[in-house]
Structure formats: structure tokens, C-alpha cells
Write a protein of this length. Structure first.
Lengths: 287, 234
């Protein structure tokens, strides 16, 4: 009698939980996504890699590198929010539409906007965090200053000072001294981004605009070795770093590469080790 | 009637600090049987600014042993039976990166207590606690930048690493109780100021896992609880 009662309670709890999770919603602009609709789409389009439990262990996962995202951990790479916080619905929605370059995740722009937001709502049912936590507040990005040689060379200094080259290499080719040892948080080997690969088609994982580049190193890429620099780089300095990073994409047409070419193609180098650059007089970003 | 209630309230006020911090002590020793894996020597040659800080070779600290099979760096704490504690201590716990090592290798702190992360090196570190129950985050800390201040809300043993220097590994032991300690070089530990009661004591070692023992203490006695872990040869 007692056990039946307890079993009944467990069942009720399960039913309640699944009802609750299927009732999960997602919102972007005027769109509202519903998990119940997203579930059907997920079963059709996503389950092969991300698995029925959303843990990234679908049938195809063993053949795939990098591995499909594990939604049960609720750790996401492309966010507008600080490291350690949940992304916004819009971040997830954009990720589904954009896909992930250098991975097996395609861009799902063949699906309708409504389909994609429904999928986001369903993805949010795989971790209880979405019930107990709110998305982080998106980081503030100041207006982009002019792309000047001064900005680029200050960015180059920051690249040295922040030791980006330890992983990404001095030319940004993803071949720094620590590159070979890097693993993600699931102990799978992971490569630092190679800025020099590709030409005009070269893309960053989390978007292709200068704002997207800014966001990557200020929010960090959670679940990977790429940390957040939000506590140690000032917003205007961050723009200088963005401008410099663009020049590492040597085969990509950009305003940054034009500015660099116009001034002779060389960044005036300050001896990196002997005299570390003083940071207070931050020029090049105020205009 | 009314008076009795006031009297009872007063009595609780007087007695409750005594419930939190009593006079009994649990002490003991953590040791191992078998042969532990040899610590590996760390090659820091890729980071000369750290390598030059060490005159003797640095070894991994996953298992730290002492004389007479003693086991150091084991987190010993009361996992059940301790009175609920409301707020975390106001003073911060400091975790230092020096010579490309974590000092200490294992740090214990309360849920909600401030953790200060300090970089004393001339190189950038990234602090990457790979939390599963708490939120995972990853922050860069270049040389000369102020300490990071962080908190963890939930009980968890969180592995922390620096991705730039892959030999840097440590643990944050986030506990719900303030009745915790780490075993010393001789394996000994002491949990003082305990009120009488029935407790579960847990000893946790990063490679060997956790062990628990139940113990009942009355009054102001000192009880001995020893833990023995089976060493893993590799």
C-alpha cells in the first residue's frame, strides 16, 4: 500500500515536471517559442547528434569533432552574457541560425524563424538551470572608435600583454606554445582559433562582425580554454584589440587591413619584454 | 503561560551558540595502504618566468604523502549532523598562483564565502573552475592585475585548472559547513568546537574519492576517527 502510494507520487512528480518543462518558452523580439513544438523539430533535425536526452551523445556523436553540445550542462560558447552565466534566448537563437564554423553544426536558416525559436525553447528543457537561474545581463559594448594605425598598434601591444599568443601564436595561427595541450571541459582536445586560415570566407565561431569579435574575448568561450578578459581589458582598449585581430586575418579584406597596408604594412613594434607598455594614457580610442 | 514562552525563547538564545560551537573535538589521522603512484616531475621550461623561481624540481600534488604512510591535503569535514549555519564567514579565503603553482593545491571554503584569487606571477594565468553543480566560468588574470573575487553557492568539489599552463591543477572544496579541515603533512587533522551529537565525517581525496564514518560524541570529549585510503598505483 505504502509503496504504491509512493510510486504514485513519483509518477505525479514526473508528469508535473515534464508538463512544466514542455511549457518552457523562449522569446526573441516578437517571436515566442514553445518547447512542445520544438520537441518535434528536435526529434527530426537535432537528435542524430545531440541525442534524445540532449546530452550530446547522439548516434553520430562518435564520428564528430568537435563534439555536439551537451545541453544538460547548460554551458554555451556563444553568449552576449558574462562568463559563467546563462546565455539569452537571442544568443541561442542566433547560434542555431548561424551554425558553428569549423564544426559539423550547420546553419539552420532553412528552418523558419518560428521553428528556430521553438527549438530554443525545447533546448532549455534539458537543464534545470533554466528554471532556477536567469540569463546574464549582456555585456555593454561602447561605440566602435575609428580604425587607425594607432588603434591597431595599441591592440598589438595588448595581444602581447594579455599573452593571447600563448595559445593563438604570434601570428594568430593557433600555434602558440600552449596550443598542443589544450582540452575542453570534457577533456577533448581543442584547437585555438587560427586567424590566418581562410580568406574573405573566414568566420569566427560566434559571428563575423567586429562586435562579435569584441564579445568573444570579453565574455569568454565557456566550456573551452578561452577565458573572459572582461575584468582586465577596458572597453575602449578592447576595440583596439579587435582592430589588431582583424589584421591577423591576412587574406581577408577589411578596413583594418587597408589601414595597415596604407601605412606600409608593418605595425611599429615596441620591444615587448624590455619595457611593458604603460596603460594609463590610452589614446587612439577617444575619437 | 506567557512567561514560560519568554523563558523558553531566552533559553534558546543562550543555548544556541553552544549548539553551534561546543567543546568536543574529533581528531585523527589519514593514511594509505598499498603503493601510491609516483608524483611526476613538472617541466616548466615553456614558462621561464616560473621555472626560474624553483631551485628544486616541482612535482605533481594530486597525492601528497608523508612519513608512516600518512596522506596530506585530504579534506575532512562534517557532512551530516552539524547544526545549520546561516551566513558564510566574512573573511575571504585566498588562492594564490605563484611559480605557476596553486598555493594551496586544495582550498576549502564555505558556500557563499568570498574566494580571492591572486596572481603573483609575471605571466598570465586563466582561472578555470570546471564546476558542474555551480556555474563553470573561465577568467584571464594577467600579471599585475587585482585579485579576482568569486563565490560559489552550492556544495561541490570543483577541479580548477589553468589552460595556458596545463600542469596547474587544483581543487576548490566548497562545503556547507564551517566544520572542515585539511590533513597536515603527517596526515593528522582536528575538528574542534563541536557540540554533542551524532555526526557523519567525510574524508575526501581528489584521486582516491570519499570515505565516511559515523561518530557520536557527548559533552566535551575528544574522539579519534582515522581514515585509511587504498592507494592507486597509477
Amino acid at each position: 500500500m505504502h509503496t504504491t502510494y509512493r510510486r504514485l507520487l513519483t509518477h505525479l512528480a514526473l508528469v508535473f515536471f515534464s508538463l512544466f518543462s514542455v511549457a518552457q518558452e523562449a522569446r526573441v523580439g516578437h517571436l515566442t517559442g514553445h518547447a512542445a513544438n520544438g520537441k518535434k523539430l528536435y526529434r527530426r533535425f537535432c537528435v542524430g547528434c545531440h541525442g534524445p536526452l540532449g546530452d550530446g551523445n547522439g548516434d553520430n556523436a562518435q564520428w564528430i569533432d568537435p563534439k555536439p553540445r551537451d545541453f544538460t550542462a547548460a554551458t554555451f560558447k556563444c553568449r552576449s552574457t558574462p562568463t559563467g552565466t546563462l546565455p539569452t534566448d537571442e544568443d541561442l537563437y542566433n547560434s542555431v541560425g548561424r551554425g558553428f564554423t569549423n564544426s559539423n553544426m550547420p546553419h539552420w536558416d532553412a528552418l523558419t524563424d518560428q521553428n528556430r525559436i521553438d527549438l530554443v525553447a525545447y533546448i532549455k528543457t534539458f537543464s534545470p538551470r533554466w528554471q532556477s537561474e536567469k540569463a546574464g545581463d549582456p555585456i555593454k559594448i561602447p561605440a566602435e572608435p575609428a580604425i587607425t594605425m594607432q588603434s591597431i598598434s595599441h591592440g598589438a601591444e595588448l595581444f602581447q600583454k594579455m599573452e593571447c599568443w600563448k595559445c593563438h601564436g604570434q601570428q594568430g595561427r593557433g600555434d602558440g606554445p600552449s596550443a598542443a595541450t589544450l582540452t575542453d571541459s570534457k577533456d577533448n582536445p581543442i584547437r585555438p582559433y587560427n586567424f590566418a586560415a581562410g580568406a574573405d570566407d573566414s568566420r569566427f565561431k560566434c559571428g563575423s562582425s567586429n562586435q562579435d569579435v569584441y564579445r568573444i574575448f570579453m565574455t569568454g568561450v565557456d566550456g573551452t580554454p578561452m577565458p573572459s578578459f572582461a575584468d582586465v581589458i577596458q572597453p575602449n582598449d578592447a576595440w583596439d584589440l579587435v582592430h589588431y585581430l582583424r589584421t591577423l586575418q591576412t587574406h581577408r579584406h577589411s578596413r583594418e587591413n587597408e589601414v595597415l597596408k596604407a601605412s606600409g604594412g608593418k605595425i611599429p613594434s615596441k620591444a615587448p619584454d624590455a619595457n611593458p607598455p604603460a596603460q594609463p594614457e590610452n589614446k587612439g580610442s577617444g575619437n | 503561560m506567557f512567561k514560560t514562552r519568554w523563558f523558553l525563547a531566552l533559553l534558546t538564545l543562550v543555548v544556541s551558540p553552544g549548539l553551534l560551537f561546543g567543546a568536543a573535538t574529533i581528531s585523527g589521522k589519514v593514511s594509505y595502504t598499498g603503493t601510491p603512484a609516483k608524483s611526476k616531475t613538472i617541466d616548466m621550461s615553456k614558462e621561464p618566468s616560473c621555472a626560474k623561481q624553483h631551485t628544486t624540481p616541482i612535482t605533481t600534488e594530486a597525492v601528497v604523502t608523508g612519513p608512516n604512510n600518512s596522506l596530506a591535503n585530504v579534506v575532512v569535514y562534517i557532512s551530516a549532523g552539524a547544526p545549520d549555519e546561516s551566513s558564510a564567514p566574512s573573511q575571504a579565503v585566498t588562492f594564490t598562483q605563484k611559480g605557476c603553482q596553486y598555493i594551496p593545491h586544495v582550498i576549502a571554503l564555505r558556500t557563499g564565502q568570498e574566494l580571492k584569487v591572486v596572481n603573483e606571477d609575471q605571466t598570465s594565468h586563466n582561472i578555470h573552475p570546471m564546476a558542474k553543480v555551480n556555474r563553470e566560468w573561465n577568467k584571464s588574470q594577467p600579471p599585475g592585475t587585482p585579485p579576482l573575487s568569486e563565490k560559489f553557492d552550492k556544495e561541490e568539489f570543483i577541479p580548477v585548472k589553468c589552460n595556458v599552463h596545463p600542469w596547474m591543477h587544483g581543487y576548490f572544496a566548497v562545503l556547507k559547513t564551517s566544520h572542515y579541515t585539511l590533513s597536515g603533512e603527517d596526515g593528522s587533522f582536528k575538528l574542534p568546537d563541536l557540540p554533542a551529537g551524532k555526526y557523519t565525517i567525510t574524508a575526501w581525496q581528489e584521486d582516491y574519492g570519499a570515505q565516511t564514518q559515523d561518530v557520536t560524541i557527548s559533552g566535551s570529549e575528544t574522539k579519534t576517527v582515522d581514515f585509511t585510503f587504498k592507494a592507486k598505483p597509477y
